[in-house]
Ligand binder design. Structure first.
Ligand SMILES: Nc1nc2c(c(=O)[nH]1)N[C@H]1C(S)=C(S)[C@@H](COP(=O)(O)OP(=O)(O)OC[C@H]3O[C@@H](n4cnc5c(=O)[nH]c(N)nc54)[C@H](O)[C@@H]3O)O[C@H]1N2
Ligand SMILES: Nc1nc2c(c(=O)[nH]1)N[C@H]1C(S)=C(S)[C@@H](COP(=O)(O)OP(=O)(O)OC[C@H]3O[C@@H](n4cnc5c(=O)[nH]c(N)nc54)[C@H](O)[C@@H]3O)O[C@H]1N2
Ligand code: SF4
Ligand SMILES: [Mo]
Length: 776
């Protein structure tokens, strides 16, 4: 039996076009769609069986209740018991179950033979994957095979992937798309505090007086959490300050929007520190007791050269040295560069400086996808450390995650090349500890990290990597400077396995496509932004031969001869895998709640110690791991002190010039999840946002005589694409800037983005490159 996946994709694209032609207005009335579906005979919901799960989509981690009847999920509501969302959901949450029912769900494995995809059984497909991996290792060595996963992997998926590749095969070729997303948050935390993940939690929202959003569009990207900020404003009159490079729906809801030039957040943050120190707002007792000052290397490049190596060399400095450094960042000096008025810089600083105000900073990709991302993370921590506004209710620098399990599966499980579940591969004790739990010889674990994500795709292009297994991510839409990496992946002698639930541009380049069981079609766990681990049970049967990503990996591991390490007795393996995984994190600093607890409540925050969650880490009042006898203990650092970093302003990797006079920034919209593979198959979401566009500032549009809907050609040094214009619609960029969302695989903005990255975190800067803008 032959089935071409391309036929499916053509059908999908055709259907998208038909739906786009329908008026957007219809999309505003979901009732129309549901009525249509109801006619097709959706059950009436009289005998619904409700079960809890974390939402499939974003890192907020809302609790949802899913109603199933006759083996189908037919209703969703917010879980009123969840402390995260207290019964509320956003549009994606409410429509989440529909993402499982797209007509072209992958149901059978497909193997490419003579340029066509041939259906095969799961057993044969897994045999092929295992033998291909073994063959590649034999011919090209263990570092020629790799796995590229995701912050949408469940915790068990990531755990078994790491165990198979790092522990059994012995290669550190394990990366995840969180490298494109949260890697900078990790290096920010590690350099400032020595331990990853926020010290505070969502409850901070209930106590903070001022919220500073550092270039994130919470109204669209973390909608339910944002509604908690709005709720506090109604109740207590708190202030929401939107500090951003463009006006968004978040700006519309904020009390004040301050627009700055891209990349200059570095300078403004330093100016805030200058103001704090020079106005006597520093919490001297806190700084003397709990902080050190440090500086690192500067001019570290932009990761653009292949094989680029950079190692930071931190050096202690004195407070006086740090204070002298800040003289370059007076509000007056920074104002011209940043485009922010002196008054607004002082306004921002005064909120942090006021001893009677509790301040919560929130950020996401504006600060992380930044060629100096680690630095800007450090700088925001500096502000909170200088004022002592940290690790206590309402005083909270809070780095938000994007994906449902970016924290749970990538940061906590450690599915990055240099990481282990507990610790790093370079550390002998950490290797010994992991090897013992994994039941492998310690020599198996290679002490040297191999490739981070961008380098991994460069290695695939060069031929150093020959085999790549891609799970729960769609890199052929989401890699920066995409064309180069697509051409590389398609070269002769590369073998690509893709596990997905729908055909995508990434399955288009696959040699084997494995259909996956999605979300509640299997059992799993996610970990959200506030260190909350949440469990979900299997509620539905996966379609056709679809298997969970965990089981796919285990089956291949067994075929490769690792039966002993992957011998799990219970049927879905999740219970055993999770309790094995928990052993890596035992102790007061990171203990995870047992599965029985997670089965009965909407998640628990780690460190989970003596049956209790730790809400504020490093604060002796709340955190049992504090042992220095003081009020705060930053125990991630050997001397118990957090680091205030001297980090200068440096320009972006590519800035507008005469040939490419605009900034190009990219990002998201509320209706779609990343590459739209799921949300574009939900009619109501697709119709509300049928295709990508380019946002222009109204003055630029007028000068070029461009109106909404006109085609605009964007050209960068990497190539060109054309998209319809959007003027004064949802978002408005600053003059000489354009913004494009990346959800639309038919208008691949990443074909023209730049693959520069923060040399410390290796996270690409998707927010900045230079572009020429013309009416097409
Ligand atoms: N609806 C929906 N929600 C999502 C997602 C989704 O796909 N759809 N994805 C999830 C994921 S994985 C993520 S990572 C998050 C992303 O959430 P966000 O980071 O909030 O969203 P983005 O649209 O990526 O970021 C755009 C913002 O970057 C800021 N920016 C641009 N340049 C700079 C700069 O130089 N400095 C600073 N500080 N800011 C700058 C701009 O102000 C702009 O509004 O959303 C999560 N939530
Ligand atoms: N230009 C630009 N590019 C960006 C960004 C940006 O801001 N601008 N942001 C970056 C960031 S922060 C992120 S997080 C990435 C996201 O980038 P990706 O992870 O590449 O995008 P997704 O669409 O989330 O891909 C998830 C894939 O998993 C599939 N899937 C869903 N459920 C399952 C399952 O249970 N099992 C399996 N095997 N597959 C499943 C979906 O169909 C989809 O194809 O994009 C990055 N790329
Ligand atoms: S805010 Fe995020 S987690 Fe909550 S319902 Fe929306 S997409 Fe789901
Ligand atoms: Mo992300």
């Amino acid at each position: 039996m032959y089935q071409s996946v391309f036929t499916n994709r053509r059908e999908f694209i055709k259907k998208m076009a038909v739906l786009s032609a329908m008026t957007a207005a219809a999309g505003m009335f979901p009732g129309i769609i549901f009525a249509e579906e109801q006619e097709k005979g959706i059950p009436d919901g009289a005998n619904l069986d409700w079960k809890k799960a974390p939402c499939r989509f974003c890192g907020v981690g809302c609790g949802v209740l899913i109603g199933t009847e006759n083996g189908k999920a037919i209703a969703v509501k917010g879980d009123p018991k969840s402390p995260v969302n207290k019964g509320l959901c956003c549009v994606k949450g409410y429509h989440s179950i529909m993402a499982m029912y797209g007509k072209d769900r992958l149901k059978k494995p497909l193997v490419k033979k003579n340029g066509r995809y041939v259906e095969t059984s799961m057993k044969e497909a897994l045999d092929l994957v295992a033998s291909k991996m073994q063959e590649t290792i034999k011919e090209h060595g263990k570092d020629a095979v790799s796995i590229y996963g995701s912050g949408q992997w469940t915790i068990p998926d990531g755990y078994v992937a790491s165990k198979l590749f790092k522990g059994c095969i012995g290669t550190n070729n394990v990366e995840a798309n969180a490298r494109l997303c949260m890697a900078t948050a990790v290096t920010g935390f590690l350099s400032s505090f020595g331990l990853d993940e926020p010290m505070g939690c969502y409850e901070d929202i209930d106590y903070a007086d001022t919220f500073v959003l550092w270039g994130n569009n919470m109204a669209e990207m973390h909608p339910v959490l944002f509604s908690r900020l709005l709720d506090q404003r109604l109740k207590r009159g708190v202030k929401i300050i939107d500090f951003a490079t463009r006006t968004t729906r978040t700006s519309m809801a904020a009390d004040k929007t301050i627009i700055f030039n891209p990349q200059t957040d570095l300078a403004v943050a330093n100016a805030i520190c200058y103001e704090i120190i020079n106005n006597g707002w520093m919490n001297t007792a806190f700084v003397e007791e709990h902080c050190n000052f440090s500086k690192g290397l500067t001019n570290m490049g932009y990761g653009l050269e292949d094989h680029y190596k950079f190692t930071d060399r931190p050096e202690a400095i004195s407070f006086e040295e740090y204070k002298a450094f800040l003289e370059d960042y007076t509000p007056e000096k920074v104002s011209g560069l940043s485009g922010v008025s002196v008054k607004d810089i002082k306004y921002l600083a005064a909120h942090f400086g006021d001893p009677n105000k509790k301040v919560m900073s929130l950020w996401c990709m504006g600060m992380n996808q930044h060629s100096r991302g680690t630095w800007i993370n450090n700088l925001v921590y500096n502000i909170h450390l200088l004022t002592g506004k940290i690790s206590s209710p309402g005083n909270s620098p809070f780095s938000l995650t994007g994906q449902p399990s970016a924290c749970g599966t990538v940061r906590e499980v450690g599915t990055l090349t240099h990481k282990l579940p507990h610790g790093v591969v370079a550390n002998k004790e950490h290797r010994e500890f992991a090897a013992k739990i994994w039941d492998v010889p310690v020599e198996n674990i290679d002490p040297k990290p191999t490739y981070h994500t961008v380098e991994m795709f460069r290695a695939l292009d060069r031929g150093d990597i020959r085999f790549m297994w891609i799970q729960v991510t769609n890199p052929m839409v989401t890699m920066p400077k995409l064309k180069r990496y697509r051409d590389g992946a398609k070269k002769e002698g590369r073998f690509i396995v893709v596990s997905d639930v729908y055909p995508t541009p990434t399955t288009d380049i696959a040699d084997v496509i494995l259909p996956s069981a999605m979300w509640v079609e299997r059992e799993g766990l996610y970990g959200n932004s506030e260190r909350r681990t949440q469990y979900f049970e299997q509620m539905l049967e996966p379609p056709g031969e679809a298997l969970s990503d965990t089981v796919q990996l285990i089956e291949v591991a067994k075929r490769m001869g690792f039966e002993k390490q992957f011998y799990y007795k219970d049927e879905t393996h999740i219970e055993e895998i999770y309790s094995e995984y928990r052993r890596h994190h035992e102790g007061k600093k990171h203990n995870m709640a047992p599965l029985e607890v997670l089965k009965n409540q909407p998640g628990a925050m780690w460190p989970y110690v003596d049956g209790k969650e730790t809400k504020w880490r490093f604060n002796a009042k709340y955190d049992p791991a504090c042992t220095n006898g003081k009020d705060f203990h930053f125990y991630g650092k050997k001397d118990g002190r957090a680091v205030i970093w001297q980090r200068p302003y440096e320009p972006a990797a590519e800035e507008p010039d005469a040939d490419y006079p605009f900034w190009l920034g990219t990002g998201r919209v509320v209706e779609h999840w990343h590459t739209g593979s799921m949300t574009r198959r939900i009619p109501v979401l697709h119709q509300a946002m049928p295709h990508a566009y380019v946002e222009l500032h109204p003055e630029d549009a007028e000068r070029m005589q461009i109106r909404t809907g006109d085609m605009v050609k964007l050209t960068t040094r990497r190539g060109e694409i054309s998209l319809p214009a959007s003027v004064n619609q949802r978002g408005v960029p600053a003059p000489r800037q354009v913004f494009v969302p990346f959800f639309d695989e038919q208008m691949l903005i990443n074909d023209i983005t730049l693959d520069s990255f923060c040399p410390i975190s290796k996270e690409p800067d998707y927010k900045k490159c230079a572009v020429k803008v013309e009416k097409a």
